[in-house]
Design a protein around this ligand. Structure first.
Ligand SMILES: [Fe+2]
Ligand SMILES: [Fe+2]
Length: 285
């Protein structure tokens, strides 16, 4: 039976991650979701696709914050960098948030929706106003490098870019939804505040999504919601919907002996023996 796998945060700037990716076996019938933070450069995405496209029947991609970094002064910034990544994916036959959502071949009621939603600093304590949010985190010694190298051009801010992505994406999901259809939602950033409660540094939440997606799994009937970014692999259920954090992470976040193959998360048909009553996070090591 054809399977849908997912992985994120493969961070190919690390040689150990590159070598492990190349050791992946072939899955000629299966599909793979690559849920962001492949690396920081176009070359790293190119490398990932050169390894993964021949190994899977179909690859789907969404960008992470690292993918949008611009470390070179001459690189296109913001939306232009995003569009360059999208165009590379499309040249390789990889589906992106800019392509039509696709039905799972074995179940036409299942729609795979790759999303690019970014973050808007809304996962923060109620006592911290938006304009003070980064200063609040800086006082704890935490400021994501995104503040310097993730340009929002031509938007005035990453906040504004996120609002526009939310607006466009809600419209598209609304237009596609129909009685009996269920989504597999795919985003780099968590959809809900719940997993952020497990972070050692709560300040990281600022750069980790938007509270506006908290109820998307109910507004847009969903079977599975896939995300990464936290480097905390795990599964939990809300309202009967499975939420899966699928990251590999930096070399210290995973065991070399298991290889990347040990961290491909089966999304569909999915894990057996778990029920939607498992509301708590089940950690995956
Ligand atoms: Fe990451
Ligand atoms: Fe990330």
């Amino acid at each position: 039976m054809r399977k849908l796998y997912a992985i994120s945060d493969i961070h190919l700037s690390y040689a150990a991650n590159r070598e492990a990716l190349e050791a992946l076996p072939f899955y000629p019938d299966d599909w793979l979701i690559l849920a962001g933070d492949v690396g920081e450069t176009l070359e790293q995405l190119q490398f990932a696709l050169s390894v993964l496209c021949p190994r899977f029947a179909q690859v789907l991609w969404v960008p992470g914050n690292h993918d949008l970094w611009c470390l070179d002064a001459y690189e296109p910034r913001g939306v232009a960098k995003y569009e360059r990544l999208v165009s590379l994916c499309q040249q390789c036959g990889v589906l992106t948030p800019e392509d039509s959502y696709i039905h799972w071949p074995e179940d036409p009621t299942l729609v795979l929706a790759p999303l690019f939603l970014l973050y808007d600093y809304s996962f923060r304590p109620a006592t911290v106003p938006l304009e003070d949010a980064v200063d609040w985190a800086a006082k704890a010694g935490i400021v994501f490098r995104d503040e310097i190298v993730l340009y929002p051009n031509p938007y005035p801010s990453r906040y504004a870019w996120c609002q526009e992505r939310l607006r466009i994406t809600e419209q598209r999901l609304q237009a596609v939804q129909a009685p009996g259809l269920k989504f597999i939602l795919i985003n780099h950033f968590p959809f809900q505040a719940y997993p952020l409660g497990f972070m050692r540094h709560p300040e990281i939440s600022l750069w980790s999504g938007t509270c506006q997606t908290e109820d998307w799994h109910q507004r847009f009937p969903t079977r599975v919601a896939i995300y990464g970014h936290l480097h905390m692999r795990g599964t939990y259920y809300r309202n009967g919907v499975r939420f899966e954090e699928v990251s590999l992470g930096y070399p210290q976040d995973w065991r070399a002996a298991k290889g990347v193959v040990g961290y491909l998360r089966e999304i569909w048909p999915g894990p057996q023996g778990e029920t939607p009553e498992h509301a708590e996070m089940t950690w995956r090591f």
